[in-house]
Design a binder for this molecule. Structure first.
Ligand SMILES: NC(=O)c1ccc[n+]([C@@H]2O[C@H](COP(=O)([O-])OP(=O)(O)OC[C@H]3O[C@@H](n4cnc5c(N)ncnc54)[C@H](O)[C@@H]3O)[C@@H](O)[C@H]2O)c1
Length: 460
């Protein structure tokens, strides 16, 4: 929002606006909502001006998605690799402000919101600095790389009241909203197991991303990338394939489990597991990485007001010679909800009240007379309607073709900035999703079963 459009916005608010004073859009929108009515919108001319910090794969993807939302303007980018800043100008135009120093971007008064799409170890510092500067923040998942960092992000958001949303787009998916409705309607009976796998078998899927030929110390601010981690000599592999190192990334759990956990928490209203155990191995991609390429984890979710106790098992195998594949299943006593990214199937299998007899059963070992008596008593005990076989049915839901939950996630984010309505995925939700993923790593490296207090978001 420019100063000019902000003034126009204030004028449009009428008399009450005078009370507001100048301030960032998020604050204005919130106060505006509290003082006037909750659904008012700024005019289409009052665009939200965004900057993106971290212009890698996701930075470009997020900017492209954000720009599909009407009334959004991309004005600035920060990145540590010169080639990405040059690509920004090549793709979005020479007028985009670019810098290697994200603080320069945050110092600009004409930027209302920032996307944080850096490697995981920079999420907390940049998000906190951005909120302190009055910016709204769309922070990519996992929200943080360390649990304590998450508490600092939550505290900063609560103090500054900045609009802060984590980027697990599934939480905004219309398919997940429908799955949640069906889960709450009891369509699968009592949930007892959640199981998911996201297996792959290709080098890019195992994070061996391409390294540009101009990856030189002159083009990359490698020292800043390292942040507070151990000093190592310039290494483009670490810089472009940071996911493979626990100093900068969060391994398979932070990269992939976190999506599954976010979806699960959204659908069930769960706050998190109470016990976590992970096992794994480095099988195939021995390229210097210090994180496993196979991880299997068990999460025990306790009974709460919104769900019964259940177990979740998650598996990612980057050495899957069967060719890879994914599924996420919510298994209940009366059916299964099989979740895709923006679609799902519900297969029902509702047992008859009568247990049945015959088949693989002792009934076959009874004498003829005993069998007859048994059947007589059985039929008396279970009327005909209770003797029907198990009922099976199947139905499916898919979001319309071309649907993109990431776009809805950005719409929700900008809507929160404009109207003050709560974000769909706040910092507490973000830490409740990232926390169990980070504990999974701790369990893998310590080889211990770990206990998690989902309410307080701490290892106990
Ligand atoms: N929501 C999703 O579906 C999804 C998908 C992929 C990645 N992500 C998340 O997005 C983030 C980025 O992942 P990616 O695949 O785009 O990585 P990437 O390596 O392609 O991009 C990261 C970029 O950040 C830059 N960078 C590093 N430190 C920086 C700093 N201090 N200041 C400014 N720029 C800095 C790097 O130069 C690089 O261009 C990760 O946290 C990842 O988990 C989310």
């Amino acid at each position: 929002m420019t100063d000019n459009s902000r003034r126009k916005f204030l004028r449009n608010l009428g008399g009450t606006a005078a009370l507001l004073g100048a301030g960032p859009l998020s604050t204005l929108a919130k106060e505006h909502v509290q003082l006037l009515k909750p659904d008012i919108r700024i005019s289409a001319n009052d665009s939200i001006r965004i900057g993106c910090i971290g212009m890698g794969i996701m930075g470009f993807g997020d900017v492209d998605t954000a720009l599909k939302v009407p009334g959004v303007e991309f004005v600035a980018a920060a990145d540590l690799y010169q080639g990405h800043l040059d690509k920004v100008k090549e793709k979005y135009g020479k007028n985009i402000f670019t810098t290697r120093d994200y603080r320069e971007l945050l110092n600009r008064k004409d930027i209302d919101a920032v996307i944080v799409a850096t490697p995981d170890h920079w999420h907390d510092t940049i998000s906190i600095a951005a909120m302190e500067k009055g910016k709204a923040v769309y922070c990519e998942k996992p929200m943080v790389q360390q649990i304590e960092e998450g508490h600092k992000v939550i505290a900063t958001q609560q103090r500054t009241k900045a609009v802060f949303q984590v980027g697990s787009q599934r939480v905004s998916s219309i398919a997940l909203a429908e799955a949640k409705r069906r889960y709450e309607a009891g369509e699968i009976g009592q949930l007892n197991v959640v199981e998911a796998r996201m297996d792959r078998h290709d080098a890019l899927g195992a994070w061996q991303y391409s390294i540009p030929p101009d990856a030189t110390p002159a083009n990359i601010d490698f020292d800043t990338f390292l942040k507070d981690t151990a000093k190592v000599p310039f290494d483009p592999t670490r810089f472009f394939r940071w996911r493979n190192y626990k100093a900068y990334g969060t391994g398979i759990p932070g990269d992939l489990f976190v999506h599954l956990i976010s979806g699960l928490h959204f659908i069930t209203g769960s706050l998190g597991p109470e016990r976590i155990y992970a096992s794994g191995n480095l099988v195939q991609w021995k390229d210097g990485r210090d994180v496993p390429d196979v991880v299997v984890a068990i999460f025990d979710y306790p009974e709460t007001k919104t769900h019964p106790a259940f177990q979740m098992t998650l598996r990612v195998n980057f050495a899957d010679g069967s060719g890879g594949g994914e599924y996420t299943r919510f298994i209940g006593t009366e059916g299964v909800l099989e979740l895709g990214w923006d679609d799902f199937k519900i297969k029902k299998h509702k047992l008859a009240a009568a247990p049945g007899y015959g088949g693989w059963d002792t009934w076959n070992t009874f004498t003829k007379a005993t069998q007859d008596t048994f059947v007589q008593q059985y039929n008396a005990k279970y009327p005909a309607d209770q003797r029907k076989p198990a009922q099976r049915s199947e139905d499916a839901y898919a979001a319309p073709r071309g649907y993109d939950s990431r776009q809805d996630h950005f719409i929700n984010f900008f809507e929160s900035m404009r109207t003050g309505k709560p974000v769909v995925e706040d910092a507490t939700f973000g830490l409740r999703a990232a926390g169990p993923a980070l504990v999974t790593n701790e369990s893998y490296f310590s080889k211990k079963v770990l206990h998690w207090d989902a309410q307080k978001m701490k290892i106990v």
